[in-house]
Design a protein around this ligand. Structure first.
Ligand code: DGP
Length: 114
């Protein structure tokens, strides 16, 4: 599997505004923020897309979502609400092929997304 910019961030080879870390997950601010709060939650394991995740990744995927939810709660974002997004492949709008959960908050979200 090819390395990505997120792999470099995880290994601290390039800088990022890291807001959360545990043994399995790293979270940092999106460089191209689409909301007042826009944080990316990435597994340290380099899974390319949601499509390439397997049953062996079930616990890790759960941890990823729960880390995003806990961050939102701790930052006082949960009551007003937020959006989590996983883009998969071309039509999903995925540009970095290291699985990540977008956490967007701080403004009204709309549906359907563009
Ligand atoms: P996606 O389109 O779902 O693959 O989202 C990739 C996001 O990653 C996009 O919103 C911009 C962000 N991004 C790309 N390169 C970098 C980077 O070098 N640093 C940070 N912090 N974010 C990046």
């Amino acid at each position: 599997m090819g390395d990505t910019i997120f792999g470099k961030i995880i290994r601290r080879e390039i800088p990022a505004d890291i807001v959360y870390e545990d043994d399995d997950v790293l979270a940092f601010r999106d460089l191209n923020a689409q909301a007042p709060v826009h944080v990316l939650f990435v597994p340290k394991k380099p899974i390319a897309t949601l499509d390439s995740a397997t049953a062996a990744d079930a616990e890790l995927l759960g941890k990823l979502l729960l880390a995003a939810a806990a961050y939102a709660r701790n930052e006082g974002l949960a009551e007003q609400g937020y959006r989590t997004v996983i883009n998969c492949n071309e039509h999903g709008g995925q540009t970095v092929f290291h699985l990540h959960v977008h956490l967007l908050a701080g403004r009204q979200m709309h549906w359907p997304p563009g």
